[in-house]
Design a protein around this ligand. Sequence first.
Ligand code: NAP
Length: 357
Amino acid sequence: MATDNNLKTLPVLVTGASGYIAGWIIKYLLEQGCTVHATVRDPAKQSSVAHLLKMAQNSQGTLKLFKADLLEVGSFYEAMQGCGVVIHTASPFVLDGFIDANEALVRPAVEGTANVLNTVNDCPSVQRVVLTSSVASIYGDNKDILALPSGIFTEEHWNTSSSVNHNPYQYSKVAAEREAWKIQGQQSRWDMVAINPSMVFGPSLTSGSQSASIDTLVQMGDGRLRTGVPKLLLGVVDVREVARAHLLAAFTLSAKGRYILSATELSMLEIAKILRAKYGSFYPFPRMEAPTFIVWAFGPLMGPITREFIRRNVGIPLKFDNRRSRDLGVQYRAVEETFLEHFQQIIDDGLLKKTKK
Ligand code: NAP
């Protein structure tokens, strides 16, 4: 597909630059010689920015750090000056450990997106926004698929089953994406492309991220799931494909609308099997799927898994149509590579100690 090299000559703004996915986006932008305006909440925090500064030193591109907070109106204005493309990745991605889901997730996602896009309206150089959305704004629970005659989620579908009380992270993503399309639709100067990844895995360039992607793999190896995993299917995708998709969305003239990014669907047990084949002597990976009645009884004690979540997800099929992303130019690698490289990196980062089985 044709790319607009003119957009590559202008600085690119990346929000949430310290994040897991943003790290790879910035790496690829710098490798292409772009100037990246990267926003973080605290540019003095070494664990947020050290890997980015190092990356920039060894690349053809230029990195400039800016301070901005989703909930501080106008705080993205300075960073956005002169930018042709805005890649908006910043959004809290936590699944538990909060008291008020609205404050922890929904308000920063929705008000933050409005804050960034209202600033785009004030910056005439911006021609395109790439929004990091999620399949969470396509569906809320696996059960939603049972209502589809086709049995497969596509970019036409929207999550209508999540709320602030049930799957609040998913709700934060669909509410933020809807807000984004609303703001984009009120003008015609800039266009927008949404990237909707399923669960992202693969090596991280930062050990400072709080992304739930990383904690999910840590849990697989630290024994918390030793007694069994729920019979639960997930869409999975490599972080490097997600990052490449953001660049394709930014610079491909004909890119338009939403793009599901998902390599395939795997059960939690299949993920454990991939890891056990290489690392099984040292880590207590789950070996079986817990019977539904056990998950039902103990699920709510295992973390964010509520009875309602179990009823609407466990044992139910899941399928995503990734044809639009492949047409855009995304090439999906084998998922074994994704999981093994990610797990090795978690070990190397010291996030997991070797234990006997
Ligand atoms: P991450 O590592 O936790 O990155 C999220 C970033 O958001 C953080 O770096 C954080 O920046 C920033 N952020 C959070 N609250 C903020 C606030 N109030 N103001 C400014 N920045 C704020 O998570 P990730 O996995 O890379 O996620 C990035 C995006 O991808 C999110 O929009 C997420 O919903 C989406 N996504 C992720 C997955 C996945 O499986 N990982 C799947 C689909 C979609 P600071 O360091 O500055 O606090």
